[in-house]
Design a protein around this ligand. Structure first.
Ligand code: MMH
Length: 274
């Protein structure tokens, strides 16, 4: 309830879910209702040090205003002398990244279902004039039923488990982002192409040893499809229509939903039963 003033006394804190530069995320239970949440604790001194309070405020205002089944809810927040606490929706199965690493890559039905969920979430965000949700596997969570939740909103947390360098990776950035040009909604369409490729092949399309090589490959749109695994022509067709340098020529979100690879493979329950 938006009006209620929350405080730490309202919660029983459970196991830590992960930690990051700005603080940690804990499983927590709201005592009166028994409702389970994820409590993200951000240290104020970290925010001051990096001069990030307006970004944090903007991110929080955005996430509080978004209501979509594939966007992780921010129910509220509170603070004490040294910390800010975000009361977030709990997604039981955690990062999609972990599932991807476990299985290496996803079956086409599961990949199409995740891309369809992401596209619907992004179409909703764009309607609310929210762009560049910085979507990458680390910022995508799964709930108990396997529904995808975009959980980025700025304060990505590092899990205890090893992970590839998140802070520096250019892999998911569109050319206009990498060139630091004004970016528009179409950056998200590009990123959907990157994610679709990574879901199907297990690695992002422009991965390279050195960041400078990834940069060059992005700028050249140096896209190639390995012969294994055997991925359908429709999937390659969708990816090729998203990884287009000219942002205005990328397939629109509406057209993605109507693409044959999506309509043929999506599991409308929004999850792909394993
Ligand atoms: C390490 O194994 C894990 C398995 C599942 C989780 C579930 N996290 N679920 C969440 N719901 N709402 C939020 C916010 C979160 C969350 O931040 N999770 C989180 C945070 C940092 C690292 C991870 N790591 C993984 C592997 O999921 C998850 C968290 C950790």
């Amino acid at each position: 309830t938006p009006s209620k003033q929350w405080s730490l006394q309202d919660f029983e804190i459970g196991k830590p879910l992960g930690k990051g530069k700005f603080g940690r995320v804990y499983l927590a239970r709201e005592i009166k209702s028994g409702f389970i949440v994820a409590l993200k604790v951000i240290f104020k001194e970290q925010i001051e040090k990096y001069r990030l309070h307006h970004q944090l405020r903007r991110e929080m205002e955005i996430q509080t205003s978004l209501r979509h089944p594939n966007v992780l809810r921010l129910y509220g927040w509170f603070h004490d002398e040294e910390r800010i606490y975000l009361i977030l929706e709990y997604a039981h199965r955690g990062e999609l990244y972990r599932e991807l690493r476990k299985t290496g890559r996803l079956p086409e039905k599961q990949a199409a279902t995740y891309i369809a969920s992401l596209t619907q979430a992004l179409a909703y965000c764009h309607e609310k004039h929210v762009i560049h949700r910085d979507i990458k596997p680390e910022n995508l969570l799964l709930d108990r039923e396997g529904h995808l939740k975009i959980a980025d909103f700025g304060w990505s947390v590092q899990s205890r488990s090893k992970r590839h360098t998140m802070c520096g990776t250019l892999d998911y950035l569109a050319p206009e982002m990498v060139e630091n040009k004004a970016h528009d909604y179409a950056v998200d369409n590009w990123t959907l192409g990157i994610l679709c490729y990574e879901f199907l092949y297990g690695v992002p399309p422009f991965e390279a040893e050195k960041q400078t090589d990834t940069f060059k490959r992005i700028m050249k749109v140096d896209l190639s499809f390995p012969s294994t695994p055997d991925v359908s022509a429709e999937a390659k067709n969708l990816i090729s229509q998203l990884l287009v340098k000219e942002s205005s020529k990328r397939l629109s979100l509406q057209k993605i939903i109507e693409h044959p690879w999506i309509t043929k493979n999506v599991d409308l329950a929004g999850t792909c039963s394993k």
